[in-house]
Design a binder for this molecule. Structure first.
Ligand code: PHE
Length: 352
C-alpha cells in the first residue's frame, strides 16, 4: 500500500508526464493556451493535488511542495518552448508561401511611343527651332479664304485643281496644305516683320489612296519674312536642313517649278541616299530625289496679308514629313502610316 504522500507524488509525476506529452503534440497557439490553462490554472490537477496536502505532516508537505513547484516550472517551460517553436514555424510557413524570387525578370508595362511621323516632325521642328524659328499652328477645318484666296489662288483659278479638296460648305474645307497658317500669322502681325515660323500639321486632299498617295498626310510649312531676304537665304537654309536630316554628305538642287503663292518657285531635290548622286533604280537614274516645294513669297501674297512688298521679302517652303520618313526608313507604302498596324509602328518605338 502506498502512503498518501507517495500516491500524491506519483499523481504529480503522471500529471507532468501527461502535460508534457500533450504540450509537445499541440498543433497551434490556441491549443497550447488551452493546455496551459488546463494544467496550470486554478482548477487544474496540480491545484487539486495540493488541496489534499493539508492532511500530511509538515516534512511531507515541504517535500511535496517542492515537487509540485518543479512540476509547475517544468510545464511552464514546456509551454514557453512550444510557443516559441509554434511561432517560428508559423513565420517560416508564411515566408515560404510569400517567397519572392528576386531573380525573376520584371513584367514590363506596355508603353506607347510616338508615331513615326510624329518623330520625324519633331526632328524637323528641332532643326528649325535651333535656327531661331517658332512653331505656329492653325485649324484643320479651314476657310477657303486662308487655304486659297490669300495665297493668290482665287476662286476658279486652275491651280485649285492641283489640290482637289474636301469641302464642308462653300466656305469651309479640310485644309489641303499648311500654308493657310502663314496667311493667318501674317495678318496677325499687321505688316510688321520679321516673321520666322514653321507650321506642322495634318492636311487632306481628295486623292485615291495607293502606295504613294493618301487622302490624309502631313506637312511642315516654313515662312520667313524680313527685309533683304533672298533666294540664297532659302537655298542655304534648305541645304543645311537636308544635311541635318539625311546626312552630311547630301547635296540639294533647285528645279524651277510653279506655285501660285511663290515667285520664283522651285522644287528641291536631295541627292539619292542609295547612290549618293551616281544614279540608281531608287532615284530612277537621276541621282536626286524630290523632297519639297519652295519659293520666294509672291508680292500679291505679301500685299493681301498687309505687308509692303517694297520693304519686305520672304521665302516659304513646304516639307512633307511622310516623304521624309519614306526616304529615311525605306518605307514602300504611304498607307502604312495611317492603317495603325502595330507590327509596322513598333519598328519605330522610341522613348519620348
Ligand atoms: N503648300 C505647297 C503644297 O502643298 C508646298 C509649298 C509650300 C510650296 C510653301 C512652296 C512654298 O504643294
Amino acid at each position: 500500500m502506498l502512503t498518501m504522500s507517495e500516491s500524491l507524488m506519483e499523481n504529480l509525476q503522471s500529471i507532468e508526464n501527461d502535460a508534457l506529452q500533450s504540450i509537445e503534440q499541440a498543433q497551434d497557439l490556441k491549443q497550447l493556451n488551452n493546455l496551459r490553462v488546463k494544467y496550470l490554472g486554478k482548477k487544474g490537477p496540480i491545484q487539486e493535488a495540493m488541496k489534499k496536502m493539508k492532511d500530511l505532516s509538515p516534512e511531507e508537505r515541504k517535500e511535496l511542495g517542492q515537487v509540485s513547484n518543479k512540476v509547475k516550472t517544468s510545464i511552464q517551460e514546456a509551454v514557453t518552448n512550444k510557443q516559441e517553436a509554434l511561432e517560428k514555424a508559423k513565420i517560416e510557413a508564411q515566408m515560404a508561401k510569400e517567397k519572392i524570387d528576386v531573380t525573376l525578370p520584371g513584367r514590363k508595362p506596355n508603353l506607347g511611343s510616338p508615331h513615326v511621323l510624329q518623330q520625324v516632325i519633331r526632328e524637323i521642328e528641332d532643326f528649325f527651332i535651333g535656327m531661331g524659328y517658332s512653331v505656329a499652328e492653325g485649324p484643320e477645318v479651314e476657310l477657303d479664304r486662308f487655304n486659297f484666296e490669300l495665297l493668290n489662288i482665287p476662286k476658279g483659278h486652275p491651280a485649285r485643281d492641283m489640290q482637289d479638296s474636301f469641302y464642308i460648305t462653300d466656305e469651309y474645307l479640310l485644309r489641303t496644305q499648311t500654308s493657310p497658317v502663314q496667311a493667318r500669322v501674317m495678318l496677325e502681325r499687321n505688316g510688321k516683320g520679321p516673321i520666322k515660323i514653321i507650321c506642322p500639321g495634318k492636311v487632306y486632299r481628295r486623292d485615291d489612296d495607293d502606295a504613294t498617295h493618301s487622302h490624309q498626310f502631313t506637312q511642315v510649312e516654313g515662312l520667313v519674312i524680313d527685309e533683304y531676304i533672298t533666294l540664297s537665304d532659302l537655298k542655304g537654309t534648305l541645304a543645311e536642313f537636308a544635311r541635318k536630316l539625311f546626312g552630311e554628305d547630301r547635296k540639294i538642287r533647285f528645279r524651277p517649278s510653279f506655285f501660285p503663292f511663290t515667285e520664283p518657285s522651285v522644287e528641291v531635290d536631295v541627292t539619292c541616299g542609295k547612290c549618293l548622286g551616281d544614279g540608281c533604280s531608287m532615284c530612277k537614274q537621276t541621282g536626286y530625289i524630290e523632297i519639297l516645294g519652295a519659293g520666294m513669297v509672291h508680292p500679291n501674297v505679301l500685299r493681301m496679308s498687309g505687308f509692303d512688298p517694297e520693304t519686305y521679302q520672304g521665302f516659304a517652303f513646304g516639307i512633307g514629313p511622310d516623304r521624309v520618313a519614306i526616304l529615311k526608313y525605306g518605307i514602300d507604302d504611304i498607307r502604312q502610316f495611317y492603317t495603325n498596324d502595330l507590327r509596322f509602328l513598333k519598328q519605330f518605338n522610341e522613348e519620348w
